[in-house]
Ligand binder design. Structure first.
Ligand code: SAH
Length: 390
């Protein structure tokens, strides 16, 4: 049985450095390169990273890396990898592929050759005749062959459904943000569990739920399973151990002040339902309210919002009105920090203030900016006086 694996955590463009930070926070050394975080570890590391990484998409095992400029080199390279350590006789092993700036550019051929090389090797390992196809009736071992500048990397996905699927989102609205993107944005803010958190356009409640999970140190993958748990060689105790450990690390007593609002009452029902699924019903307040109607006497809060963009649902004029209203309501909250995610390049003009900082991100395929307005910090004495009144 293999003791040590070369691993990759994949992430959306622009947030790989945050995944690097998360890995280091878990006590795992890593290197961030080409949009991925590289690290080493055993099965426990695989279990732990799947359970805890809030910003990543997947955790993959690097089965092998080699150079190939011809199909013969590709075939031989794949064939000689130690497949006996990974794939049982009945493994279902689909091969996904990609090729960037490489001699072997025909992806479907690259996939087919890889599949053929693995099948041939497995037939040899398990003493099966070459003319009888392998059964592929067992657990899923999703593979990927990716070629970058003639360097081939063959990986095996340990995660299954992408890590953004936490298991709590039973329903969503029209334009939900992915859970791992929401978690990444929260990591980019200056929010700490002692500060008020407010999402004025909360939709299905993703930002609020992710903030609560982080604030209580609840492992994001606590409610779900991972592909490698179905593998016969994968030590199931690793998952038992990290799940037990996560149970002990969660801090359910921390007092959080998290509010999510939306103009649409149906979305508030959805958000409440999702929070309940995550076990956070008593932790987050959701209420139907227009962002225009928000008032507060609290200080040092953090607003995170993913307001409507101009799209098929809203006209440019309607969007402008919403952004103007945001400026009117939030600008005066000088000690609050505001983080607004939108694809609208004229957001600052409409909001009426230049952002302290902007950060380019991708919400799925859509290029967006996170407009950041940093609040002035209220003095401690003022803050405790004001927040004591609430
Ligand atoms: N981040 C959310 C999606 C937000 S989509 C999620 O993950 O699900 C934008 C939301 O803004 C929609 O749900 C819409 O109902 C809400 N909205 C639009 N205009 C609003 C207004 N004036 N006040 C409050 N919410 C508004």
């Amino acid at each position: 049985m293999k003791e040590n694996f070369k691993l990759i955590a994949t992430a959306a463009a622009g947030i790989e450095a945050l995944v690097g930070r998360e890995l280091r926070d878990l006590g795992i050394d890593c290197r961030v390169e080409n949009g991925r975080a590289y690290f080493n570890g055993d099965m426990r590391t695989i279990a732990k990273t799947n359970l805890w990484l809030r910003c990543a998409d997947r955790v993959k095992i690097i089965v092998g890396e080699f150079e190939a400029k011809t199909f013969e080199e590709l075939f031989q390279g794949v064939f000689t990898l130690d497949w006996d350590n990974y794939l049982p006789l009945d493994a279902a092993f689909p091969v996904a592929g990609k090729s960037v700036r490489s001699t072997l550019y025909a992806v479907s051929d690259v996939q087919a050759i890889t599949k053929k090389a693995i099948a041939k090797r497995l037939q040899e390992i398990y003493h099966r005749p070459e003319n009888v196809p392998l059964p592929e009736t067992g657990a899923l071992y999703q593979l990927e062959v990716s070629i970058l500048k003639d360097k081939v990397t063959v990986t095996l996905d340990t995660t299954g459904d992408s890590l953004f699927k936490r298991g709590y989102r039973v329903s969503k609205g029209g334009a939900p943000i992915k859970e791992n993107m929401a978690a990444a944005i929260i990591m980019l803010t200056n929010w700490y569990p002692d500060k008020p958190f407010y999402d004025p356009t909360c939709g299905s409640g993703t930002f609020c739920i992710e903030a609560a999970l982080k604030g209580m140190n609840i492992a994001p993958g606590f409610n779900r399973e991972f592909a490698c748990e179905a593998w016969d060689w994968f030590n199931s105790e690793s998952f038992d151990e990290v799940r037990d450990e996560a149970e002990g690390l969660a801090n359910y007593d921390v007092k959080l002040d998290i509010l999510g609002c939306d103009i649409d009452g149906r979305m508030i029902e959805v958000a409440k339902h999702n929070a309940e699924e995550a076990g956070l019903s008593d932790v987050i307040t959701f209420k139907q309210m227009r962002l225009e109607d928000f008032t507060t006497t609290k200080e040092n809060g953090v607003i995170v919002s993913n307001p409507p963009y101009g799209d098929r649902l809203l006209t440019e004029e309607e969007v402008t009105k919403i952004y103007q209203a945001m400026g009117k309501v939030y600008r005066p909250l000088s000690t609050w920090s505001k983080y607004i995610l939108t694809s609208d390049l004229n957001f600052e003009k409409k909001y009426g203030e230049r952002a302290t900082k902007k950060r380019k991100l991708y919400n799925g395929a859509l290029r967006v900016d996170l407009y950041q307005y940093w609040g002035k910090r209220a003095k401690k004495s003022e803050k405790s006086l004001i927040n004591a009144e609430k």
